[in-house]
Design a protein around this ligand. Structure first.
Ligand SMILES: [Zn+2]
Ligand SMILES: [Zn+2]
Ligand SMILES: [Zn+2]
Ligand SMILES: [Zn+2]
Length: 417
């Protein structure tokens, strides 16, 4: 952003970006900015001022961060959902919305804790024929153990696939093709006993491909997917690698690679972080109390609030030191958390989390492009600078195109006849 004199005359001549509101002294600079910003209706937006942000994390900063915009922040704290960022007309509809929006961890899959007796049941059971709507997405998660000569190989030891309604389609242990050096028991909960008679990797891969292809031909899958399933996961490259499997890039929906869900510097967040931030909320009673005081009284209350925050921090510190059961009771009484991967990882739990994230962020009905703008291809790059100089900022914005494929396009495809 250009800096300089804030004299009213200078301000009046400034060129403002209609999407992120940055101001530029020269039109050329605004055009250059728009060329590299890839603004579009698909970017995360403030429900109050409509400012476009690169990621949900920067939108969060805009609404609640230390440099938050005061008017947006006020309306958001009264009427906004902190999980999906929607703004509501009145507190009642917000409360009603939150009942459905704030989720908690699913009940264990029932075959979550592998043991020798359940081995037969677990080894390669297709629990349900998949009947997903339209394009239909499938979420997948693998648990890995270490193997190979120096233990540097990630070997797939367990895999789970679920449909959009969180039903298990396929869940099995996998027999490793190389000697295992470390079962990573603390994380996987697996021992030699679990894997010795499990399904072979190539058999597992064939089953998974059969589920994903859904009877579609390879040609059609590579072209537009046809009736093949979208594959949802977190850091899917890693999972596909350990399964020694390929699936076309355009069919992958990866919560670690999706721009709006990444950090502002475009590094991935962990699935644990995404789940806590966008699916379920940590709401301490003390923090709520503090908010209430701040909204109702004056400066004295701010001091009181600071004391409460400090107390809350100390409490949090001590909670961490308490034993698991005590922690759980306090959790149920005062805090709502949607936490995953806290002990032994359950691939079903991770599958549910990624599927919920995918569904939440693909259901963005406000991403509507203005009529007439959908068919302009090429975006700003295809125009001569002379032509661009003649256009107004809003005309320039209307031609700007997103640099990632928004997940909302998946649900639009389903809605088409
Ligand atoms: Zn901008
Ligand atoms: Zn969109
Ligand atoms: Zn705003
Ligand atoms: Zn919400």
């Amino acid at each position: 952003m250009d800096t300089g004199s804030d004299h009213p005359e200078t301000l009046a001549r400034r060129h403002k970006c209609p999407a992120c509101f940055k101001q530029f002294k020269r039109k050329e600079h605004l055009i250059e900015h728009l060329k590299v910003s890839y603004h579009s209706v698909h970017q995360p937006k403030c429900g109050v001022c409509q400012k476009h942000c690169k990621t949900y994390e920067s939108l969060h900063e805009h609404l609640t961060g230390p440099l938050r915009k005061a008017c947006c922040s006020k309306i958001f704290s009264d009427l906004g959902c902190s999980l999906c960022f929607k703004i509501f007309d009145n507190p009642n509809s917000l409360t009603k919305h939150k009942e459905g929006c704030c989720l908690s961890a699913p009940a264990p899959s029932g075959i979550a804790m592998p043991c020798a007796e359940s081995q037969e049941k677990l080894s390669g059971v297709v629990v349900k024929n998949h009947t997903g709507r339209g394009h239909g997405a499938v979420a997948m998660d693998c648990e890995m153990v270490s193997g190979g000569d120096n233990g540097s190989l990630n070997l797939c030891a367990r895999v789970c696939l679920i449909d959009e309604d969180e039903n298990i389609i396929f869940h099995t242990h996998v027999r490793p093709q190389f000697p295992i050096t470390n079962y990573r028991y603390d994380v996987t909960g697996l021992t030699e006993e679990h894997l010795k008679d499990a399904m072979a990797l190539n058999e597992v891969r064939d089953k998974i491909l059969q589920i994903l292809y859904n009877g579609e031909s390879v040609e059609k899958l590579r072209l537009d997917g046809g009736k093949a399933r979208l594959l949802v996961g977190h850091d899917l490259e890693h999972d596909l690698d350990c399964l020694r499997m390929n699936y076309p890039e355009h069919m992958l929906r990866d919560t670690a690679k999706y721009f709006p869900l990444m950090k502002t510097n475009l590094v991935s967040h962990s699935l644990k972080y995404l789940t806590r931030t966008y699916l379920g909320q940590v709401t301490s009673v003390l923090v709520l109390f503090c908010k209430l005081i701040l909204s109702n009284t004056g400066k004295l209350a701010i001091l009181l609030a600071i004391i409460i925050i400090i107390l809350d921090r100390i409490c949090n510190l001590f909670w961490g030191l308490w034993n698991y059961q005590a922690h759980k009771i306090i959790d149920q009484a005062f805090v709502h958390r949607y936490d995953i991967q806290s002990g032994v990882h359950d691939p079903y739990e991770d599958c549910v989390a990624v599927m919920r994230l995918y569904k939440r962020f693909s259901c963005q009905l406000d991403h509507v492009e203005e009529i007439g703008t959908q068919n302009i291809t090429g975006g700003l790059e295809s125009y001569m600078s002379k032509e661009l100089m003649k256009m107004s900022p809003s005309e320039l914005y209307a031609m700007s195109r997103s640099n990632y494929r928004c997940w909302c396009l998946d649900s639009r495809k389903i809605m088409q006849p």
